[in-house]
Design a protein around this ligand. Structure first.
Ligand SMILES: *Cc1c(COP(=O)(O)O)cnc(C)c1O
Length: 392
């Protein structure tokens, strides 16, 4: 290390991270995003992806993106409010609004940007935000950036939230919550949360990153799952997970959408995404809507995993979604388990604190309709072997 470098203190921090076993490294992928992946030059069976319906490499989407690029070029060249708003974006917004049954929708470049933009546009210094403790980092960051007071309640604790709402003097109140929690796979008690928001006149921001495309008979997401509809819901979903492409959108009342278009800074001050992405997403929506067989297959894989695992020390936490958390406990053992699987050609990430609470280090298994039942059986068999091998 060069001690004269202006960044030598950063280098020291990186070395400390490495010594603590917290230094992360990227894996290099070749070829298409599929359940069988080429990673760091080796073929693996992957249970890491959010491509829940197997659309990321679907030939119809690939063709639609190529056609979109032929028609609109590869770049949007400007922000939406200047000249970047292409007819393909426009058609996609209308299709998304109608798909989730809301009056209007606004596209964002990513889910992270959508959450930052919405929360900072809607609340400020004298307002209050109420957030589930296990919410995604982008919602927490958004609340901090908004300068509103942030009240985090224990995971899915509706009673605790009611206490906070009842005691809040804030003029504007925003409750924000993941629909499907990204490290646990459980679903938020949205009907009860909505009822509280109605009683205490709060807005409800639902982040459906892991529900859109997956939940509901037609894959419309968590609103369809619970048959929820209310003008106070601010619905956000991402388009890089089950939809297989990239981006995000917010859907809701027309005045909400019109206001966000003017004031959400991550919408106003950024280049529109390439219209070809919108073309691919327009091709994805009918596949999601007609994806009943894909979702039934995914459910069968979830049942196969949950029914087939017979572990002695490790346990699968309750989850009805494709996110299946296998709780191992100790950080080192979770890492060893992930490493054992990798040596046997299976990729499952180990998730450790502070991403999850102390003592709940886990393997985060993500299932996709692109997996076969045999893939899941192989995972089960290898997990049984890993638990036995690591006990010695
Ligand atoms: C992935 C994710 C996001 C961020 O979406 P991107 O489009 O990947 O930026 C936001 N919220 C939740 C719950 C997520 O899982």
């Amino acid at each position: 290390m060069n001690a004269n470098s202006p960044f030598s203190n950063l280098q020291a921090e990186l070395e400390q991270r490495e010594a603590d076993g917290r230094l992360r490294r990227r894996r290099l992928v070749d070829g298409m995003q599929q359940s069988r992946l080429e990673v760091d030059g080796a073929a693996v069976l992957s249970f890491c992806s959010n491509d829940y319906l197997g659309l990321a490499s679907h030939p119809e989407l690939v063709m639609a993106m190529q056609r979109g690029a032929g028609e609109a070029g590869v770049g949007a060249a400007a922000s939406h409010l200047i000249t970047g708003h292409h007819r393909l974006h426009h058609e996609l917004e209308m299709a998304l609004a109608s798909f989730v049954g809301r009056p209007g929708a606004l596209l964002f470049s990513t889910g992270y940007m959508a959450n930052l933009g919405v929360v900072t546009a809607l609340v400020g210094r004298h307002d209050a935000v109420f957030a589930d403790r296990l919410n995604h980092a982008s919602l927490n960051d958004a609340a901090v950036l908004s300068r509103a007071s942030l009240h985090r309640y224990a995971h899915n604790d509706v009673v605790a939230l009611e206490g906070l709402l009842a005691n809040s003097p804030a003029k504007r109140r925003l409750v924000m919550v993941d629909s499907v929690f990204s490290m646990d796979g459980d679903i938020a008690s949205l009907p009860q949360l909505l009822e509280l928001c109605e009683r205490y006149d709060a807005w409800l921001l639902i982040d459906d990153a892991h529900g859109f495309g997956v939940l509901g008979q037609h894959g419309r997401g968590v609103l369809e799952h619970f048959d929820l509809c209310s003008p106070r819901i601010i619905y956000m979903a991402t388009l890089g997970k089950a939809a297989g492409v990239s981006g995000a959108f917010v859907a809701g009342e027309p005045e909400l959408i019109a206001y966000l278009m003017q004031t959400a800074r991550t919408y106003v001050y950024t280049t529109a995404t390439p219209p070809a992405l919108a073309a691919a997403l327009l091709a994805a929506l009918p596949l999601i809507e007609q994806g009943v067989a894909r979702r039934a297959h995914l459910q069968r894989l979830i049942d196969t995993l949950r029914g087939g695992l017979a572990l002695r020390r490790w346990r699968l936490d309750a989850s009805t979604t494709p996110i299946q958390p296998l709780i191992i406990g100790h950080n080192d053992e979770a890492l060893d388990a992930s490493e054992y699987l990798r040596e046997h050609g299976i990729l499952v990430p180990a998730i450790r604190p502070p991403t999850v609470p102390q003592g709940t280090a886990r393997l985060r298994i993500s299932l996709s309709a692109a997996h076969s039942v045999a893939d899941v059986e192989l995972l089960i068999e290898t997990l049984h072997a890993a638990e036995g091998a690591l006990a010695q």
